[in-house]
Design a protein around this ligand. Structure first.
Ligand SMILES: C[S@@+](CC[C@H](N)C(=O)[O-])C[C@H]1O[C@@H](n2cnc3c(N)ncnc32)[C@H](O)[C@@H]1O
Ligand code: SF4
Length: 315
């Protein structure tokens, strides 16, 4: 099973390899219905509700087109916690931009699927486990929600929408990764696997899989199907595209180049996206950090998969 999302996936992968086009992540809300211990957005909570209002999103989408976006990833927090999620999908599609939603899948009910179906969205559903008890410990919620999320993945596929499942390898779930991969491959659903990216404040460092676990994992999965990490094999994988064609629009208005480092480049409530993306000094400094091996840069010791939406496992 090919570990990316159809034709757009191939095209997008090439576009990113050549740093063409802009594929922003829009964190439409900070609210989340899960509490994943590894999450780099750990401050997201069921009660905190910073979200981008629909009218602001409509303005942003028009601006995104002007700065060369062709594809928008809706994320969060949990994007389906945004009360206007469906309207947001519609607003993005009306500008002829394609949409991918990155979600934990719990709120992808039959009704939601029926409503987004006509907009041809693609989805990445983060499951991170195949067993209920592992799900409970990794996602910080009742393990039975795994069944809900898994059923919703199958419904999304049955509705004819592109869906892939995501597994973030950590110390507590890595042993069941091979079973997870086999299960979803048997359902003809692509599997994306990434390692936990260490968060800036180090709060998730205890969750990182050990070298021994990673070694065992890489040897338990058919080697042919493993695309190595960018920095292991630059010929096969992508360069870091942060600040080039990847950027983050956070729920509080901040514009960031990297999902993990979360260095602020600007704020879309204060400046237009084109001013931030083309003329702002911070973004130019950031691009230098990502590209110049001589620069004193955390990017050159970065252990982050360059884009969560790209697979380590590929057929
Ligand atoms: C922050 S979540 C937001 C969307 C949605 N709530 C979800 O979990 O899919 C976006 C993606 O980042 C992944 N993620 C979160 N923290 C991570 C980390 N520290 N390392 C790697 N991936 C991470 C999640 O598994 C998810 O696939
Ligand atoms: S569901 Fe997504 S946003 Fe929520 S805590 Fe987990 S990874 Fe973070």
């Amino acid at each position: 099973m090919v570990g990316n999302l159809g034709l757009l996936g191939e095209f997008e992968r090439e576009a990113i390899r050549h740093r063409l086009f802009f594929t922003p992540l829009v964190e439409i809300t900070d609210a989340c219905n899960a509490r994943c211990a590894f999450c780099y957005r750990r401050e997201s909570s069921p009660v905190k509700k910073t979200e981008i209002p629909l009218d602001v999103i409509k303005r942003l989408v028009r601006e995104l087109k002007k700065v060369g976006a062709f594809h928008v990833k809706l994320t969060g927090g949990e994007p389906l916690c945004h009360p206007d999620y469906i309207e947001i999908v519609k607003a993005v599609r009306e500008q002829n931009l394609s949409v991918r939603t990155v979600s934990n899948g719990i709120l992808f009910t039959k009704d939601v699927i029926a409503k987004v179906k006509k907009h041809y969205i693609s989805t990445v559903i983060s499951l991170n486990a195949i067993r209920n008890d592992t799900y409970a410990s990794v996602m910080g919620i009742d393990g039975r929600f795994l069944n809900t999320a898994m059923d919703n993945v199958k419904r999304i596929k049955d509705a004819g929408l592109d869906v892939a499942v995501n597994f973030v390898l950590n110390r507590y779930n890595i042993d069941e990764a091979p079973e997870f991969i086999e299960y979803w491959e048997n359902h003809d659903i692509p599997v994306l696997v990434a390692r936990v990216s260490p968060s800036v404040d180090g709060q998730n460092s205890e969750l990182l899989a050990t070298d021994k676990q990673l070694y065992q994992y890489y040897h338990s999965v058919d080697r042919e199907r493993i695309v190595k990490h960018t920095y292991d094999d630059p010929n096969k994988c992508l360069r870091c595209n942060a600040g080039y064609n990847m950027g983050v629009l956070a729920a509080n208005g901040d514009v960031l180049a990297c999902t993990i480092l979360r260095l602020k480049i600007g704020n879309f409530y204060k400046d237009s996206l084109s001013d931030i993306w083309y003329r702002n000094e911070e973004i130019l400094r950031y691009r230098n950090m990502v590209s110049d091996p001589q620069a004193e840069s955390p990017c050159f010791s970065c252990d982050v998969n360059p884009d969560f939406s790209y697979p380590l496992v590929q057929g």
